[in-house]
Write a new protein. Structure first.
Length: 403
């Protein structure tokens, strides 16, 4: 099935920006509700910026972040009881992203630490890898020659695995396959006035971070473009393609889950992610990683509400049952899709009477019509579509909800 081309994500005549706003705001509020109703804490961390001279911008960001979390709590009040009420433990908390400490004190995002108390030192700074292979990989991950090192560079890996080690996992770009349900791209093809480099056409490929000209820079910073491989006989990308990015952390989660399937009686290890390169200092998972991690039993140590630009999972490459790797991908994705359905359904109930504008109300009507009778993967695909409209989640939440 080809991707569907229309103006809106949710309907031919709807507005894509407002569609993305209501999809992601429902998901964020629903995720908060899912955690709080499970007696877990729920913190949304501001993307701390340690760069001096950024104080004015940070003040604006702080105001917006606190306002957005307050709006999330107002929406949670819809569920009754103590939900959303300050000081009850049933409210979303404003957190601060632990920053990358060049002295090496806090250096990791951890999959699985997210249910520890917010003040637990083990949440953000668990013991360093003791196993030799893990320690070597940890050092290697800081090596500027390995993997993508540009803006937003994180490298995932697995620590504490009994009898073995995994790889390092860097963010990579890939083409969205057409075999896993409906995906959207806008009816107006986005123009890119920059001459393409390494691409065969003048237009920007939907989902791409940056314009065509920026792609060569990303490649030089070490990003792997899986969509340029030999699968199409070297054809590369065409304008009816969508591309996305699979972050290192989720690659590490698949790896841990595959190890569990192969060696059910051994400790499969813990998925980690560390910030690498000179441009990345924030140590929190993007929201899109966080819900995948939550769904697969590895809740994130910290979650920010920044961008998860064109986030993608990994898909089975040869059907869902041929290899352990493909079976694992299918199983992890099914859990993630089920979680997307849970949080979007809960989120819609929380936010549908708290929408800020008529355009958001129209998109909500489209969202409910679009989801009627749909399967979990259809919900998950809407999240993927929404994050191809690149924006900070905190901005979407802030402009979607009433105070
Ligand atoms: Zn991520």
């Amino acid at each position: 099935m080809a991707h569907i081309r229309q103006a809106g994500i949710l309907a031919p005549g709807s507005d894509a920006v407002h569609d993305a706003d209501v999809i992601m705001t429902a998901a964020v509020v629903g995720h908060a509700y899912a955690r709080l109703s499970n007696n877990s804490n729920c913190a949304f961390d501001i993307e701390a910026d340690t760069d001096p001279g950024q104080d004015a911008r940070m003040a604006v960001n702080w105001d917006r972040h606190k306002r957005a979390v307050a709006k999330i709590n107002k929406a949670l009040e819809t569920m009754g009881g103590q939900y959303g009420k300050p000081g009850t433990g049933k409210e979303a908390i404003v957190g601060v992203t632990p920053a990358y400490d060049k002295q090496g004190n806090i250096t990791r995002i951890t999959g699985g630490a997210g249910d520890l108390p917010l003040d637990s030192p083990l949440r953000y700074n668990p013991p360093l890898p003791k196993d030799l292979a893990g320690a070597k990989l940890y050092t290697l991950a800081f090596d500027s020659r390995v993997g993508y090192q540009g803006r937003g560079a994180y490298t995932g890996f697995v620590q504490g695995r009994q009898n073995g080690q995994s790889n390092l996992f860097s963010t990579y770009r890939q083409r969205v396959p057409t075999a896993f349900g409906r995906r959207w791209l806008p009816s107006t093809k986005p123009a890119d006035s920059n001459a393409p480099i390494g691409l065969s056409q003048q237009e920007r490929i939907w989902g791409m971070v940056g314009d065509n000209a920026m792609q060569e820079e990303l490649r030089q910073q070490g990003m792997y473009f899986k969509d340029q491989d030999k699968a199409r006989g070297g054809t590369g990308l065409v304008t009816d393609d969508i591309v996305g990015y699979t972050h290192g952390m989720v690659q590490a989660v698949y790896d841990v889950e595959m190890w569990k399937a192969i060696n059910p009686h051994e400790h499969a290890g813990t998925p980690y992610e560390i910030a690498v390169g000179k441009e990345t200092t924030k140590l929190a998972s993007c929201f899109t990683c966080a819900i995948f991690m939550q769904a697969n039993g590895h809740p994130a140590s910290a979650t920010h509400l920044g961008r998860g630009e064109s986030w993608l999972p990994l898909y089975p490459e040869n059907g869902s049952s041929v290899s352990t790797q493909d079976r694992t991908r299918a199983a992890c994705n099914d859990k993630w899709a089920a979680y997307c359905k849970t949080i979007i359904d809960a989120g819609i109930a929380c936010i549908e009477r708290r929408l800020a504008t008529d355009k958001h109300k129209a998109s909500m009507t489209s969202l409910k019509a679009c989801l009627a009778g749909k399967q979990p993967m259809d919900y998950a695909n809407l999240v993927l579509d929404a994050v191809t409209v690149h924006e900070h989640e905190v901005v979407r939440v802030d402009r979607t909800l009433l105070a």
